[in-house]
Design a protein around this ligand. Structure first.
Ligand code: SAH
Length: 354
């Protein structure tokens, strides 16, 4: 790559079919060789070993541009690794990347989970399979946020939401003695952490049967299945019904999917965010807690805060901010790449009326 004065800019990957035609991955001249991938993986691994509180064996070991490998995402669950290659150049080299994972980490298995719809925008087909070793039978991993059943080759997701692990623990620390409602619970991370944290009862809602089956298995593995009620429902309908029935919760967690994959539908997404906040606020008593997360990089922090504020105005409630949350440190943020800071969250206490 060169600039307009013909000065070298470094090396990039190129895909004329993508909206992002060129992605620079080095300021130097580089070949995408095994040696290069080994070097990048070693560097990513060393960074994570130095991250306080992070278990380097249960984390995202490579996160795309943040680790100098645009489109490469590698999650580690002990000896098992899950690889996504979301850019054309990296996809073409996935065997090489798998070989580097084996060399650097001694991986027992490397599963390819290339099902992200982002690949379609890059002109890539969706694909899953083994790149190294045998497909592992479902196995358990433990973290300070709970125990999770990992199924790298089945399930609806590549594993668990590693970016939320710290936030599960945070929620668990606030849940003692509370009636908790976990909306969009997926595999139960928040619900289980709250049950372990001493919640008197937890209700966890998700629209996906398979996510709920995984959540139940995780709750059983954590020994808290008897304290969590799992509900298969659309959260929008569920909140409406609960509100109409006069339900109240001491702690509500909202961690929805991104609601939008492109800038065009941000307006609809914002209306969705507002609706769930409004309904949640109406069901919280004074002193009740709300933890809310937004994982869409198309929705700005300002928009997200504005929506929460609008909901409090409409609900005639006052919130006090107790904490801010973000993605775990194994998803490093690059200030030069604002999209890399995609997960924002807040915990609020609903104040008694003045
Ligand atoms: N809180 C989860 C992550 C949520 S991912 C965690 O930390 O693990 C989003 C989840 O929302 C998915 O499991 C998806 O099945 C679910 N979902 C999407 N739309 C929904 C809706 N309208 N009602 C209920 N669940 C929904």
């Amino acid at each position: 790559m060169k600039d307009f004065k013909d000065r070298p800019l470094g090396t990039g990957i190129y895909n004329p079919q993508s909206q992002i035609t060129v992605r620079r991955f080095s300021r130097h001249k580089e070949e995408l060789s095994l040696e290069f991938f080994v070097r990048r993986l070693r560097r990513a691994s060393r960074r994570r070993e130095g991250m306080a509180g992070l278990d380097p064996e249960l984390c995202r070991v490579v996160w795309s541009e943040s680790d100098g490998l645009p489109g490469v995402v590698i999650d580690r669950y002990g000896p098992h690794f899950v690889l996504q290659t979301l850019t054309l150049a990296m996809d073409m080299r996935r065997e090489l990347i798998a070989a580097a994972i084996v060399e650097v980490f001694g991986a027992e298995s490397v599963t390819e989970r290339n099902e992200s719809p982002i690949r379609i925008a890059e002109g890539l087909e969706l694909r899953t399979g083994m790149l190294h070793g045998e497909a592992p039978a479902p196995f358990r991993v433990s973290s300070d946020a709970g125990t999770f059943l990992i199924d790298t080759t089945g399930g609806q997701k590549t594993g668990i939401y590693l970016d939320q692990l710290d936030n599960y623990r945070d929620a668990g620390s606030r849940a003692s003695g509370k009636r908790v409602l976990d909306c969009f619970c997926n595999q139960g991370g928040f619900a289980i952490a709250c049950a372990l944290g001493g919640a008197t009862e937890v209700t966890a809602v998700d629209v996906s049967e398979s996510a709920l089956a995984a959540a139940k298995a995780n709750a059983e593995a954590a020994g808290v299945a008897d304290r969590i009620t799992f509900v298969c429902a659309n959260v929008f309908d569920y909140l409406k019904e609960q509100e109409a029935a006069g339900a109240a919760w001491d702690y509500i967690i909202l961690d929805p999917p991104s609601f939008t994959r492109n800038r065009k539908s941000v307006g609809d997404a914002l209306r969705g965010y507002k609706e769930i906040h409004l309904r949640a606020l109406k069901m919280l008593p004074a002193g009740g807690l709300l933890s809310t997360y937004c994982c869409s990089h198309h929705v700005s922090t300002g928009d997200f805060r504005e929506i929460i504020l609008e909901a409090t105005v409409d609900a005639k409630k006052t919130l006090c901010q107790l904490a801010t949350h973000t993605q775990r440190v194994d998803h490093p943020v690059l200030p030069a790449l604002p999209e890399s800071e995609y997960l924002r969250g807040y915990t609020y206490e609903l104040m008694a009326a003045f």
